[in-house]
Design a protein. Structure first.
Length: 70
């Protein structure tokens, strides 16, 4: 089987290919490489209290709403 050109696939196409071909290691590596290269380098400490957990939940909900609107 000839491998498709993973670099020319959109994120959604690549994701669908990986789901359809779970044993294809090259596709999985391309998928992980693509998503990690586009991921934010920002890191966060683990919440240490219930208040911090609630704050994180609020921030996640706000981010999800922003993404829905864009």
């Amino acid at each position: 089987m000839i491998e498709p050109d993973f670099s020319s696939m959109s994120k959604n196409e690549l994701r669908a290919f990986v789901i359809a071909h779970p044993d294809n290691k090259a596709a999985f590596r391309a998928f992980v490489d693509r998503f990690t290269s586009e991921a934010s380098p920002e890191t966060f400490d683990i919440p240490k209290s219930n208040a911090e957990i609630e704050e994180v939940e609020i921030l996640i909900k706000q981010k999800l709403e922003q993404l829905k609107m864009s």
